[in-house]
Every structure is written in C-alpha cells, then in structure tokens.
Design a protein around this ligand. Structure first.
Ligand code: SF4
Length: 71
C-alpha cells in the first residue's frame, strides 16, 4: 500500500516544519512546501508532519480515506 501526499499551496504558510521533520518527503520551494513524491510508503513520520503542520495544509490519504492529519 502507498499513501498519497498533497500540500495545499494556497494554505501552506511556509513554516518549514514538514521539511524539518521529513526532508526526504517535503521541500520548501520559495514561500510554500511541496512533496518530493506523490506517494509514500506508510510512515509514521509522514503522519507526524501532517499533524504538525500549523496550517493543516498537508493531506495524506490511503486511496480511500484521509489518514493524516490525524483527528
Ligand atoms: S508544515 Fe505546513 S505550513 Fe509549514 S511548510 Fe509544511 S505544509 Fe507549509
């Protein structure tokens, strides 16, 4: 199974939190972050990044349901 990772560039405030937590998946590109890959193997750190985003700009789905950020 892979997870789909998206960053809403209209919501991202460019805090860099995600890139600090998981630089292999997120990169700051100017004022906003973007995922370096569209999909990722299930990974707790990816969920931590989604949970930690101050703008709730990261969405991770497993194909059917949103798995991150966690409620
Ligand atoms: S943690 Fe959220 S607000 Fe900060 S750079 Fe990443 S996506 Fe943008």
């Amino acid at each position: 199974m892979t997870w789909k990772v998206e960053v809403d560039e209209h919501t991202c405030i460019g805090s860099g939190m995600c890139a600090s937590l998981m630089p292999e998946l997120f990169e700051l590109d100017g004022p906003v972050a973007h995922p370096l890959a569209d999909t990722v193997a299930p990974d707790e750190t990816a969920l931590d990044a989604a949970d930690s985003c101050p703008a709730m700009a990261i969405t991770i789905t497993d194909g059917a349901e949103v798995v991150g950020p966690r409620p």
